[in-house]
Design a protein around this ligand. Structure first.
Ligand code: ZN
Length: 232
């Protein structure tokens, strides 16, 4: 039997009383396992296996899918579960994990990032800033940190005054002069570049205190979405 520290990402009903769970774990990365009889009214396990819960999960494995034999909630992140908008953003992140990560590929840094994010966002009203920071930090941890200090084309260092675009395709910033030769460009401004550097250089607990305007978040959010579509 294995003891796993797991964030429950999603679940799906199977058979008459069973449920298949997808979890992101500290010890083994993505894990899929079945809980038998979990949908019977007498089962106590289900409450500890709700999506967006951090739990200690016991998994028995012989061959094929593992079987969940026990679970204890460590943090239920009620502030996420009780807020529709937060939950929606969190579920988007969970779907990304389920789609992009392979079973058995563990990554302590990414696990801790997700854990920190859920903890902080659960008790904060700044979910837009936190979610955006989480995504850009995640891309960085996955080896996809865009270059924002110099132009990808002419290699010139960006100055405060130079016009800047973000190339979704290259995942880099392009200067105004070179911009004419590229397609798929989105404008990006100094404040947004500053914000990206704050995201990459600081833990979420610090980022949550940063002052930022709504429109900068929106702009960076749009860039993030196209960056994700293109690169993952
Ligand atoms: Zn250039």
């Amino acid at each position: 039997m294995q003891k796993l520290t797991a964030i429950i990402l999603s679940s799906r009903d199977i058979n008459e009383y069973d449920r298949l769970y997808i979890m992101y774990t500290l010890e083994q990365g993505l894990v899929k396992a079945v809980a038998k009889g979990v949908r019977k009214s007498t089962a106590k396990l289900a409450g500890h296996l709700e999506p967006a819960t951090l739990s200690e999960v016991y998994v028995a494995r012989s061959k094929g899918l593992g079987q969940i034999t026990g679970a204890i909630t460590l943090d239920s992140f009620e502030g996420v579960k009780n807020d529709f908008e937060k939950l929606d953003e969190v579920l988007k992140i969970f779907r990304f994990f389920a789609r992009n990560f392979a079973e058995g590929e563990k990554d302590e840094k990414i696990f801790n990032l997700l854990c920190d994010f859920l903890k902080i966002v659960s008790g904060s009203k700044r979910e837009k800033l936190l979610t955006l920071a989480f995504w850009w930090k995640l891309f960085d941890f996955l080896g996809q940190r865009p270059e924002v200090m110099k132009c990808v084309n002419c290699q010139k260092k960006m100055t405060e005054k130079s016009k800047k675009f973000f190339s979704v395709e290259k995942g880099r910033v392009v200067c105004g002069d070179c911009g004419l030769n590229f397609s798929g460009l989105v404008p990006i401004n100094n404040n947004q570049i500053k914000l990206l550097r704050i995201f990459w250089g600081n833990p979420l607990a610090k980022i949550v205190k940063v002052k930022v305007e709504e429109r900068e978040l929106k702009g960076l959010g749009r860039i993030r979405e196209s960056f994700e579509r293109y690169n993952f």
